[in-house]
Design a protein around this ligand. Sequence first.
Ligand code: AHZ
Length: 307
Amino acid sequence: VISQTEEQAKLSLHTTNVYNKKSPVGKTTEAVFDWDTFKFAPIRESQVSRAMTSRYFKDLNKYAESDIVIVGAGSAGLTCAYVLAKSRPDLKIAIIESNVAVGGGCFLGGQLFSAMVLRKPADRFIKEIGLDYEDEGDFIVIKHAALFITTICSKVLSLPNVKLFNATAVEDLITRKSATGSTRVAGVVTNWTLVSMHHDDQSCMDPNTINAKVVISCTGHDGPMGAFCVKRLATQGLLERHRMGCLNMNLAEDAIVKNTREVFPGLVCAGMELAECDSSNRMGPTFGAMIQSGVHAAEVALNIYEE
Ligand code: AHZ
């Protein structure tokens, strides 16, 4: 790493006095810049490549054997990751997200209306992560769903025992047969999402794998990639699939939280993917159940892990 020389530091930094004479913005900033002489520390292009790739491949190597894999970084998946990683710093937790950005259906609230509604008692979790909200009695409102998802994501990613592999799709599950002949999920098969989307028009592009003791699937309801693990096991006749029921906020949220469970040995299901398993109702844009299902899934997964 090439550090900034003293001379460069002198060139680019001026005293607060000089800065304040030129512009009143940011008076409290300790290090202020003179834009006429501003200059970055030097770098060679290969340093940037190596800084990224060495870390990524180290992580691929480290997390090839994970304790827990979470599939899907929407509101349920990220909540689950936060609870697990915080309560068990000894566990290696990999999150696989097929999109470039995290958040799933949560980034914009309902129908692009920004605000995020959560029914109580999900307010307890929001308090825990330190977010402001408006209290409307039986429910709370966060001013923008993106505020929730970016906050929970930054908290998850700052924990040392978590790695997010985004732009990476889970395109299959690893299964094992026990001595008694029963099957269990033992990890995930991954690929760059762009590769997963082109298996039909390109010749064979083999995937990668991550072994894990427990897989938690939070891939949302059916869609181009949604409900992935439930659908995959259903195609193998290992799980019965029932499609998501119509919207009923009251029934839907309680059912999702209550039914968060190990749906197949080694596979815990949380959030809206459960609706594809149980035919429970959808709830539309109210997110308390995603948070509580994520918390519940973390507890279920830890119990399986300890078995
Ligand atoms: O990109 C998906 C999203 O970020 C990701 N995902 C899906 N399939 C994947 C795969 N590999 C890796 N094969 C995959 N990642 O999973 C995430 C799912 O997030 P989500 O927000 O769709 O699901 P959730 O259960 O966390 O929240 C559901 C939110 C909804 S939908 C709904 C309704 O339709 O009524 N109501 C609520 C609250």
